[in-house]
Design a protein around this ligand. Structure first.
Ligand code: GAP
Length: 469
């Protein structure tokens, strides 16, 4: 029952996203393309607000972090060096009967008890054939056709998207779309520290698209094949990594709660067990969010050692060491990496804000309690009626406010309906112009969460909103 309710709330969020122009299914008029999404006029505002807030917190407010925008297309040697060609894969099997492709670890996790799954997970993820005997016992039928014992052997499937670089057939080079933004940062470490005279410890932050050919892309925008990441690589002296790792986990968590206002009870930190760590990682902590279906990774903070930089030095043949002029030392820096998915953050923010609220009159209103700095529209301005000069007056107010805050002017439908629409968009304030406005220059300001209304002079609006947003 509880699970149905949880899945129901994801469905409602998906429905709201389409109804109100946050997220649309991709290529819809051609029957769609599975697991692709387009962010509509209000969705893109939220994404842009989140990116801006992240950039301010991770780059502008810090003396020790700078920004970068590196290419999506990189020399294929990069992925040999980073280990993605040999290691970046998921275990999968096919049903020989209906051709359904299944990600084995997810399939078993959903069917086994947590204790059973824990026992098999780590060996199976290292060698997927270890999963096969469990499947061949015939205990688990194909989720699509119901046949038993029709699965192929489990095997590893590389998640990188291949494409061609260059126009001619013979001259073109097989390359990959980047599966993470991180590698572009490692490649530019030396450029940045020489060009910008940065001294270790310092970080490089980047926001950009990444691509992974996920086998089981699912749960709306939680896991998609094309997504956006906000990553920072923090380069530090060997030996100082533990301290910095603790610092950055804390820093990230504070941003989620203090700047974005996510509920503390919906966030937790999960430290990876030794067997679970990626081959390059010394320590990893996931900041998990309680999504409508349960806890899931939102933000991974990893202590990546000197693995990436050492590999790039080895594969490129270049000296990528940092020269500490003061101490007279030379070393490959250690790296702490907080890696966040923007689309997953969008889903967390929307889930956190979504409420179907029962009102005193028995009606239900759907409302997004977004922090004003995340809300797509900050202020909506309504004339009570579209006549008698009320609309003209409202437009003048709207024009003066939109100069400072992204605002909306709406003179359609009954006032109650206009409030409901903006509750669903998460607009924190609505300003209504009525007949009294024409007499005494006052307007009604209605607040979204408590639905309280206050009367104030038009001249007071700007300082009022400056104080609130
Ligand atoms: N550079 C390290 C790295 O990419 P990751 O844990 O694979 O680490 C970091 O990814 C974050 O990117 C995740 O915590 C998640 O928020 C997001 N992410 C990863 N795969 C994703 C996908 N297929 N769809 C949406 N977001 C994804």
């Amino acid at each position: 029952m509880a699970k149905e309710k949880e899945e129901g709330s994801l469905k409602q969020l998906v429905a709201l996203s389409k109804r109100r122009g946050f997220v649309f299914p991709g290529s819809e008029i051609y029957g769609g393309l599975s697991n692709t999404f387009d962010y509509g006029p209000y969705g893109i505002e939220i994404l842009n607000n989140l990116k801006k807030l992240w950039w301010e917190y991770f780059v502008h407010r810090r003396d020790d972090v700078v920004g970068l925008d590196s290419s999506i297309l990189l020399n294929p040697m990069v992925w040999e060096a980073s280990g993605h060609v040999s290691n970046f894969s998921d275990p999968l099997m096919d049903c020989k009967s209906c051709k359904t492709r299944i990600r084995v670890d997810h399939f078993l996790e959903e069917r086994m008890t947590p204790e059973e799954f824990e026992k098999y997970k780590n060996i199976g993820l290292k060698d997927p054939t270890e999963f096969t005997f469990l499947i061949k016992t015939g205990k688990y039928p194909c989720p699509n056709c119901g046949n038993v014992g029709t699965f192929t052997e489990a095997r590893n499937f590389n998640l990188m998207f291949k494409t061609s670089h260059g126009a001619s057939e013979e001259g073109s080079l097989d390359i990959y779309l980047r599966p993470e933004t991180a590698q572009g940062i490692f490649l530019n470490f030396k450029n940045i520290y020489t060009a910008c005279r940065k001294k270790i410890p310092f970080g490089v932050a980047q926001i950009g698209k990444s691509f992974r050919n996920e086998i089981m892309a699912r749960q709306f925008v939680f896991r998609t094949r094309e997504f956006e990441q906000m990553e920072m690589e923090f380069f530090c002296e060997p030996g100082s990594q533990k301290e910095w790792f603790i610092f950055w986990v804390d820093y990230c968590m504070n941003w989620l709660t203090d700047t974005l206002g996510l509920k503390k009870e919906n966030l937790r930190i999960r430290e990876h067990a030794k067997e679970e760590l990626s081959f390059y990682s010394e320590a990893t902590s996931d900041i998990e969010y309680k999504f409508p279906w349960g806890w899931g990774e939102l933000w991974g903070v990893a202590s990546r050692t000197d693995y990436d930089m050492s590999q790039h030095e080895k594969f490129s043949g270049q000296d990528l060491k940092y020269h500490d002029q003061v101490k007279g030392t030379k070393y490959i820096p250690y790296v702490i990496e907080p890696a966040l998915g923007l689309n997953r953050l969008f889903l967390a923010v929307m889930s956190d804000a979504y409420e179907e609220e029962k009102l005193d009159d028995g009606e239900t209103r759907t409302v997004l309690h977004l922090a004003p700095r995340i809300s797509p529209v900050k202020i909506a301005v309504f004339p009570l009626m579209k006549k008698d000069g009320l609309d003209m007056k409202a437009k003048v107010i709207f024009e003066s406010l939109r100069f400072h805050w992204y605002s909306d002017y709406d003179d359609s439908a009954a006032i109650g309906k206009r409030y409901r629409r903006h509750d669903e968009l998460g607009t924190p304030f609505c300003v209504t112009v009525d007949y009294d406005t024409l007499k005494d220059n006052t307007v009604t300001v209605r607040e979204r969460d408590k639905m309280t209304q206050i009367r104030m002079e038009i001249g007071e609006l700007k300082p009022f909103f400056l104080d609130k947003m």
